[in-house]
Design a binder for this molecule. Structure first.
Ligand code: F6R
Length: 621
C-alpha cells in the first residue's frame, strides 16, 4: 500500500504532487507528505490529516519547486504520526517545511523492508540518527551512506542491500534536477512528459498530466531528469545491471475523481451503480465463447480439468460463489484458496489446472505472489478476473476478463464484487460449454437472465428505505451473525465482512447448518442474526436453522425471496426480495447486505469511505 508520486519539471510541481496524492489516497490515508528541492535545501510538509490539509500547509508555508516527491501512507512500521510520515530525510532531525537546514537525501517508499533491523543497527553504529520507527528511514540513510556524487549509483548500490518489497522515489540536495525511482515487488510507473518526467504508484495519479506511461518491471531503477530518463534492469543470474528500453504505452487513465452526485459517500454511489456496472461488464456478449477471455483461451480451456481460484478478502468470496457454479454447472472440480495462505503452504500441483485470480485492483501483493507461486509449480494456464486492465495482474496472466465496474473509490468493495460474479458466471458457462455440459437452450436461458440483471438489481435497490430502518437497530449492537447456505454462504461471509469493516461491529458468518456445532452458544436476544433466504433447494433446511435461533431468543433479520412464504413474526423481521433468481441469485442477495452495512456505519458516524486501519489497494503482504 502507500502511494508515491515524484516529478522533475520546468514548472512548480507541488500542485501535481498534491493532485496525485489525492488520487492515491485509496492506497492509504494514515498520513501524507511532500518534499521539494527549494533554495538549495530539502523542504517538506507532513500531516496526519488528509491530503486536503497538506495542500493548505504547503500553500501557507510556500513550499514549491521543480523537483519533488510525495507520499500517502498506510502504516506498517510505526504508528500514524508526523515523525513517521514520509518523505524521510537522511540525517533527519525533525526539521519541517520552514527549516532552512535538513538532510541530504529525501525518500518515499511503498512496501516492507524485511531486513530493516539489521540495516538500522549497522547505520546507527555508523552515526546515523533515526527520528522515526519506519523501515523507510533506513533506506534514506542507506542511500546517503553510499552517496558519492551520483544518486543513481547510490540507489543502485543501496537496493542490493534491501530484502523485501519496495517502490521508492528519491532525490538529493546536491543534484537539484534529478529524481531516482526503483521497484521490486511494489508497483511503480514512469510518466513521460514534454521536458518533464514523473513517477507514480498508479497511472491514475498522473491522469491529465501525461498519458505516456512506462510500467517499470521488477528490479528496475529509473533516472528522471527534465527532458530525459533512462532505466536499468537487474542482470539475470547475478550478471551486472544494464540499461534497458521499456515500452511507452498510451494509457487513458481515469482520474478516479468521480463526482458524488446525490450520494453521501462513494460507497453508496457505488452500490447504486451496480445495475450500470453489471450492464457494462456484460455488454456486447451475444453468445458464450472462449474468446471472451482473450486470444488462445479455447486452447487453454481444452487443456484443463480443474480450477484453482486465488484471491483475498471480498474477491475470495466471489471465488467461493464461483466454486459452487463451476462444480454444479460446468462439472469441473474447483478449489478456492486465500492467496496469502496458498503462497506459503505445500500443495500438490497439477499442470492441468486453470489458475484463476480474482482482484479488483490487480495489484494485491498476496494474490500476485500466489499467482507466481502457482506458476513456479508448473501451472501456467492462468486467467484473471480483474477490474483494472492496465494492472500487474492483467499483464501477468495469459487470459483475462476485465470487469467494467469503473473506478471503485470506497474502500469497501461493492460493485467490484458483483461484476466479478458476473465475469465468473460467464467463465462457468464457457467451461460448461467447452466440456459439453451446456445445451443451446440452457445457454440462451442463462444469457437472458444475465441481461435482465440490471433491472432485477434496480428492484433490490428500491428496498433501501426498509434496510435503513433495520440499520437503526443494528447501530447499537456490538455483534452480529450472518447465516447462509450453499451458494449463499459466501454471500453471508461478504455481508459480515462489509458490516465489520465499515461499522466496526463484530460480525461472523456461518453456513446455517453449522450453527448447532458451536456458534449457537452466542445467540441471545441481543444477537441480531441476519439470514440470507433464497427460495432454493435448501430453503426448508434453512427454515429449521432459523427455528433453532428463535428457540434461543435470537432476533432474525431475514432477506427472503418473495416466493418463500417466510413471514414477519415476533423476533422475525423480514425484508421481501423479488422472486428467486436462480443461479444468479447471489448477485441480488448481496446488495441489501451492502446497504445494511452502509447505513449501519452511517448511523454510527464512521468514516464510511475510508474505514480506520484499512486501504483500498493492499500492495504489501
Ligand atoms: C473488502 C475489500 C477487500 C478486498 C481485498 C482484495 O471490502 O475490499 O477485502 O477485496 O483487499 O483486493 P483486490 O480485489 O483488489 O485484490
Amino acid at each position: 500500500m502507500c502511494g508515491i508520486v515524484g516529478a522533475v519539471s520546468q514548472r512548480n510541481i507541488v500542485p501535481i504532487l498534491i493532485q496525485g496524492l489525492q488520487r492515491l489516497e485509496y492506497r492509504g490515508y494514515d498520513s501524507c507528505g511532500v518534499a521539494v528541492h527549494q533554495g538549495g535545501e530539502l523542504r517538506r510538509a507532513r500531516s496526519t490529516s488528509r491530503v486536503a490539509e497538506l495542500n493548505e500547509m504547503v500553500a501557507v508555508d510556500g513550499v514549491e519547486g521543480l523537483v519533488g516527491i510525495a507520499h500517502t501512507r498506510w502504516a506498517t512500521h510505526g504508528v500514524p504520526a508526523v515523525h513517521n510520515a514520509h518523505p524521510h530525510f537522511s540525517h533527519g532531525t525533525g526539521h519541517e517545511a520552514k527549516s532552512a537546514k535538513a538532510g541530504r537525501i529525501a525518500l518515499v517508499h511503498n512496501g516492507i523492508i524485511e531486513n530493516h533491523d539489521e540495516l538500522r543497527a549497522d547505520l546507527k553504529a555508523r552515526g546515523y540518527a533515526f527520528t522515526s520507527q519506519t523501515d523507510t528511514e533506513v533506506i534514506a540513510h542507506l542511500v546517503d551512506s553510499l552517496y558519492d556524487g551520483d544518486l543513481f549509483d547510490a540507489v543502485e548500490r543501496a537496493i542490493a542491500h534491501l530484502k523485501g518489497a519496495y517502490a521508492i522515489a528519491v532525490f538529493c540536495r546536491d543534484e537539484p534536477l534529478r529524481v531516482i525511482g526503483a521497484r521490486e515487488g511494489s508497483p511503480l510507473v514512469l510518466g513521460v512528459g514534454v521536458g518533464e518526467n514523473f513517477l507514480a504508484s498508479d497511472a491514475m495519479a498522473l491522469a491529465g498530466v501525461t498519458d505516456q506511461i512506462v510500467y517499470l518491471e521488477e528490479g528496475d531503477v529509473v533516472d528522471l531528469q527534465q527532458g530525459k530518463y533512462w532505466i536499468t534492469a537487474k542482470g539475470e543470474d547475478g550478471a551486472a545491471r544494464s540499461r534497458v528500453e521499456r515500452p511507452v504505452k498510451t494509457v487513458h487513465a481515469h482520474s478516479g475523481a468521480a463526482e458524488l452526485g446525490p450520494y453521501r459517500h462513494y460507497m453508496q454511489k457505488e452500490i447504486f451503480e451496480q445495475p450500470r456496472a453489471i450492464g457494462d461488464t456484460l455488454e456486447g456478449i451475444e453468445g458464450i465463447t472462449p474468446e471472451l477471455f482473450g486470444d488462445g483461451a479455447a486452447e487453454v480451456f481444452a487443456n484443463v480439468d480443474k480450477v484453482l481460484i486465488l484471491a483475498c478478502g471480498t474477491s475470495s468470496y466471489s471465488g467461493m460463489t464461483a466454486k459452487y457454479w463451476l462444480e454444479s454447472i460446468a462439472k469441473i472440480p474447483a478449489q478456492v484458496e486465500i492467496a496469502s495462505e496458498y503462497r506459503y503452504r505445500d500443495s500438490v500441483p497439477d499442470p492441468r489446472t486453470l489458475i484463476v485470480t480474482i482482484t479488483q485492483s490487480g495489484e494485491t501483493a498476496d494474490t500476485l505472489a500466489a499467482l507466481k507461486h502457482a506458476r513456479s509449480l508448473g501451472m501456467t494456464n492462468t486467467l484473471t478476473v480483474c477490474n483494472v486492465s492496465t494492472s500487474a495482474m492483467v499483464r501477468e496472466c495469459k487470459l483475462a476478463y476485465i470487469t467494467r465496474a469503473g473506478a471503485e473509490i470506497g474502500v469497501a468493495s461493492t460493485k467490484a464484487f458483483t461484476t466479478q460474479l458476473a465475469g465468473l458466471f460467464l467463465l462457468t458457462l464457457t467451461l460448461a460449454k467447452t466440456r459439453g455440459h451446456l445445451s443451446a437452450e440452457q445457454e440462451a436461458d442463462h444469457l437472458k437472465a444475465m441481461r435482465h440483471l440490471p433491472v432485477a438489481l434496480q428492484a433490490v435497490l428500491a428496498l433501501e428505505p426498509q434496510v435503513i430502518a433495520w440499520a437503526e437497530d443494528f447501530a447499537s449492537k456490538e455483534n452480529a451473525l450472518f447465516l447462509g447456505r450453499g451458494l449463499h454462504y459466501p454471500i453471508a461471509l461478504e455481508g459480515a465482512l462489509k458490516l465489520k469493516e465499515i461499522s466496526y461491529i463484530h460480525a461472523e458468518a456461518y453456513p446455517a447448518g453449522e450453527l448447532k456445532h458451536g456458534p449457537l452458544a452466542l445467540v441471545t436476544s441481543a444477537m441480531p442474526v441476519v439470514t440470507v433466504a433464497p427460495n432454493d433447494a435448501l430453503l426448508e433446511k434453512l427454515k429449521s436453522n432459523m427455528q433453532e435461533v428463535r428457540a434461543r431468543g435470537g432476533q432474525l433479520y431475514v432477506f427472503a425471496d418473495g416466493d418463500t412464504r417466510i413471514e414477519s413474526d415476533s423476533g422475525v423481521h423480514v425484508i421481501r426480495m423479488p422472486e428467486h433468481y436462480g443461479a444468479l441469485s447471489p448477485i441480488l442477495h448481496v446488495v441489501p447486505l451492502q446497504l445494511l452495512a452502509y447505513h449501519t456505519a452511517c448511523a454510527r458516524g464512521t468514516d464510511v469511505d475510508k474505514p480506520r486501519n484499512l486501504a483500498k489497494s493492499v500492495t504489501v503482504e
